[in-house]
Design a protein around this ligand. Structure first.
Ligand code: UDP
Ligand code: MG
Length: 316
């Protein structure tokens, strides 16, 4: 089969409900664009019939290849799996399977790529989510931008068109706790953001549970920032200096005025307060240690169960 110009990588977890619509949209895109496209669908251990539908599709249409993982490894790992099977000659478009990222933007993104950009990422103009979720996202990205040592564009997700040399770099990064939008930015070259309206989910509910979302946020913070550690050090230093000043003050008071310091409540508060700070600090350091712990094991990012390529099932 001819090598396609573009791969579209789509991670899917329990997306049976939007699957048909997704395939229709992608098929329409392929019919309407001059670019040659091959889609790489990744099943991230779905419990519904997503994998079944993928297999059926790939067996009759060689423009869709299926990568089926052995269990749920999470969105970032599923995406990384998809990137490992890229066979395009020019670039890769990364989208969510729930059609929140309109694949039709491909031509517009591709035009930027042709201008010499290696990464064309999408910036969400507005989110159609609950007020709390929007606020949480906004604060998180602002915070991350402040503390991280790389330029992470505000309000951009994984939705992007990336050149092959970016894909090669991503594939070579062995990071276990992946935060692809950060890694993508870290690689460098020229990158540009384009605004778009983020749609509502095509069907079904968000597959990012609060726990998974928090894990992603933590990966963003602890993989791209040394700020938490620095804060602990500064806090410790500040505490020591304050305590010395206070000690001198008390001694002087005792010598010249002879009164004994009182304040049982203040004492109790300080003990509890600093006990809390110490635990928090250990927790922060623990986050880094945990990442080292998982990294040194050098486990693969995912386990492949099956691939369907060129209408053929390949067991791994
Ligand atoms: N997803 C995945 N593995 C997971 C969770 C999500 O592959 O463990 C996929 C999901 O099927 C979708 C994309 O990641 O294609 C984004 O997830 P979702 O739309 O649920 O997240 P949200 O848009 O609500 O942040
Ligand atoms: Mg979504």
């Amino acid at each position: 089969m001819n090598q396609p110009q573009i791969n579209i990588v789509v991670p899917l977890y329990n997306e049976e409900l939007v699957f048909d619509e997704l395939v229709n949209r992608l098929q329409k895109l392929m019919d309407n664009t001059r670019l040659s496209i091959e889609v790489i669908l990744v099943d991230d251990g779905s419990k519904d019939n997503t994998a079944g539908k993928m297999r059926e599709l790939s067996l009759k249409n060689e423009k869709f290849q299926s990568v089926i993982l052995s269990r749920n490894f999470g969105h970032q790992s599923a995406l990384s799996a998809g990137l490992n099977f890229v066979n395009a000659s020019e670039a890769v478009l990364i989208i969510d399977g729930d059609l929140q990222d309109p694949p039709e933007l491909l031509d517009e993104f591709y035009a930027q790529l042709k201008k010499g950009y290696d990464v064309v990422y999408a910036i969400r103009k507005n989110r159609k989510e609950s007020y709390i979720k929007k606020l949480a996202y906004k604060w998180f990205y602002k915070f991350l931008k402040k503390i991280s040592y790389i330029e992470i564009p505000l309000d951009s997700g994984d939705f992007s068109l990336i050149s092959l040399r970016i894909v090669r770099q991503l594939n070579q990064m062995p990071e276990e706790s992946r935060f692809l939008r950060g890694m993508r930015s870290w690689i460098g070259y020229s990158q540009i953001g384009l605004e778009y309206e983020r749609e509502r989910r095509g069907a079904g509910e968000s597959k990012y549970t609060k726990k998974k979302l928090l894990k992603l946020a933590f990966n963003g913070i602890f993989n791209f920032s040394e700020y938490p550690i620095k804060v602990i050090t500064k806090l410790g230093l500040f505490t020591i200096i304050t305590s010395i000043i206070y000690f001198i003050y008390v001694v002087i008071k005792k010598i010249f005025f002879g009164d004994v310091p009182q304040g049982f409540t203040a004492l109790l508060f300080m003990i509890i307060f600093f006990g809390g700070i110490q635990l928090f600090a250990i927790g922060l350091i623990g986050e880094y240690v945990l990442r080292i712990f998982f990294q040194v094991k050098k486990r693969p990012l995912y386990i492949l169960k099956e691939r369907v390529v060129n209408k053929e099932i390949l067991d791994s």
